[in-house]
Design a protein around this ligand. Structure first.
Ligand code: ZN
Length: 263
């Protein structure tokens, strides 16, 4: 009898322990507070944030704060202000918003150049046609963005382009070790083949001039993924009506409807 009692107590304790562990696991992480001026900048400049409900807005703010406390942002021959910081962080959070534990493990610092730069990161002279880049080799864990282009991506409401989001999508793609247009870390195995088939079909359409997708997306699979992701987050409704198959696949990849709730 005594043994039975002990057994009962032991099993009841372990049940409680397990329940407690499960409960703790489910408990959301503490949200970080974003300073009020930064919130204001989000709510006047970032459409994606504006269209979130109140709870998601708080979560977005917390992640912007986390990003800014971990990633260094440095202005090169330009000063940087709060708006630059907020726009860079927003560009980072938008594509991985539905992945609550995501961290850009392959990024330490973002360098902000005043405008276009060359392939050797020169700000003067010929061949300055770069607006954003994810570093490789000695520039590993570094991203370079044009300040002018960063702002264009958010200020031009009619565009399907956003260079900063484009570069962060390259980083997401790079997490599995290769920038190849197949984001294996976030895309389940069963979707890889259908995704690649769709990518090839769409690249052909771009080359034939039959798609309203930035022709730069036809460069290769990686550029295609980054270019259509910009379109997906900038103009989801338009993408859905013109390229429903692509819209559905990107919804699967980013686990986000990316729909503009107000329109
Ligand atoms: Zn690119």
């Amino acid at each position: 009898m005594e043994l039975l009692l002990i057994l009962l107590v032991v099993s009841a304790t372990s049940v409680l322990l397990i329940l407690n562990l499960k409960f703790r696991k489910k408990k959301p992480a503490k949200l970080e507070t974003l300073p009020a001026p930064f919130k204001k900048l989000l709510s006047t400049n970032v459409e994606f944030y504006i269209n979130l409900d109140l709870e998601d807005k708080k979560f977005f703010e917390s992640r912007v704060q986390q990003f800014l406390s971990r990633i260094r942002i440095t202005g090169i021959k330009t000063s940087i202000d709060d708006l630059d910081k907020v726009l860079i962080a927003a560009s980072a959070i938008i594509p991985i918003f539905k992945f609550p534990d995501w961290e850009y493990i392959n990024l330490n610092e973002v360098l902000l150049y005043p405008d276009a730069f060359s392939e050797t990161f020169e700000l003067e002279g010929e061949g300055r046609n770069m607006l954003g880049v994810v570093g490789t080799g000695p520039y590993q864990n570094l991203m370079i963005l044009s300040r002018q282009e960063l702002r264009n991506g958010f200020f031009n409401k009619n565009s399907t382009k956003n260079t900063a989001i484009h570069e962060f999508v390259h980083l997401i793609d790079k997490t599995d070790g290769e920038v190849d247009g197949i984001p294996e870390v976030i895309l389940s195995r069963q979707y890889i083949l259908p995704w690649l088939q769709l990518v090839r079909k769409k690249i052909e359409q771009i080359k034939e001039g039959n798609a309203d997708i930035n022709p730069y997306g036809a460069t290769n699979q990686a550029e295609f993924f980054a270019v259509v992701s910009e379109y997906f987050f900038e103009k989801p409704d338009l993408l859905q009506s013109r390229h429903p198959e692509l819209f559905n696949m990107l919804t699967t990849i980013f686990k986000h409807p990316a729909k503009n709730k107000k329109n």
